[in-house]
Design a protein around this ligand. Structure first.
Ligand code: ATP
Length: 252
């Protein structure tokens, strides 16, 4: 491992440790940064995504949420996706007027066209370098459908140890199955007779939280289908995104 990689690993481990056992002094510190990372193809970004981000921001008092527009996710074919610049533009429009929501080019690649395959474990390491002060905490936001597929992600066991996870409930995807995704060896030992609140799964280094206040039926697939049939998407995407889609004649 190079020195740079070792430094990053140490920084990321610090984040993981502090997420699992934040000391009261760290919790009180004014300079603690609680950062949300919300990755997605955002093709297009919709009100379900924004509901997840708002709910997570409120519950975890997130200073910022980075909306990381996926370049070429390993589980989707690039040819099925809208061009990166359009997906990024729509995400930026959806973040406008929300001071805590930041559109991120972290997975855009050197030419900003998002042709590179990106893995979440690398993206989290990237942010771990940026937010590496004592007490900094990273929260990885995702929907229950995505979490249920976690075992197919690159180095997912390592990823589970790098930051906390905030899993938003999504209609049709059983929240009760979330724990089964996590290998036994990663679960924190539970003292006998200690009953944890439901919706919190402590791991050895980090924590998985269920965000069950979100129940949005919106999906990008449904938005694309409606646009393809020339149906309205009002109430499914922000007005600015709808306007952009119409002006650029996307999803026809
Ligand atoms: P598609 O329909 O194209 O698969 P999507 O609506 O799931 O797209 P993505 O950009 O793939 O949108 O999702 C990014 C993240 O947001 C994923 O973790 C996904 O689980 C989550 N997400 C998307 N929509 C919702 C929703 N309505 N409720 C909770 N989580 C959601």
């Amino acid at each position: 491992m190079s020195r740079g990689a070792a430094t990053t690993a140490a920084a990321v481990r610090r984040i993981g440790r502090s997420a699992a056992t934040p000391s009261p002094s760290l919790r009180m510190a004014k300079d603690v940064r609680r950062i949300g990372l919300f990755g997605g193809t955002f093709d297009p970004i919709h009100l379900g995504h924004l509901a997840v981000a708002h709910a997570a921001q409120r519950r975890f008092h997130l200073e910022r949420i980075f909306f990381v527009v996926a370049g070429c996710p390993p589980h989707k074919s690039e040819s099925d996706l809208s061009p990166y610049p359009h997906r990024f533009a729509m995400t930026a429009l959806a973040c406008a007027g929300e001071p805590r929501f930041v559109p991120s080019l972290a997975e855009a690649g050197p030419d900003a066209h998002g042709h590179r395959i990106c893995y979440s474990v690398d993206t989290v390491r990237h942010f771990g370098k940026q937010f590496n002060q004592p007490g900094d905490r990273l929260y990885f936001l995702l929907g229950a459908d995505s979490f249920l597929h976690l075992a197919s992600w690159k180095n997912y066991q390592e990823l589970l140890g790098l930051c906390d996870f905030v899993v938003a409930s999504r209609p049709g995807f059983p929240s009760g199955a979330l724990r089964k995704v996590i290998p036994e060896a990663l679960l924190a030992p539970q003292p006998a007779g200690n009953h944890l609140p439901s919706g919190i799964i402590p791991l050895r280094q980090t924590t998985v939280y269920l965000l069950d206040t979100v129940a949005s039926h919106v999906s990008a697939t449904r938005v694309r289908q409606r646009l393809d049939r020339s149906q309205s998407v009002r109430g499914l995407v922000p007005a600015s995104v709808e306007d952009y889609i119409n002006k650029q004649a996307l999803y026809k």
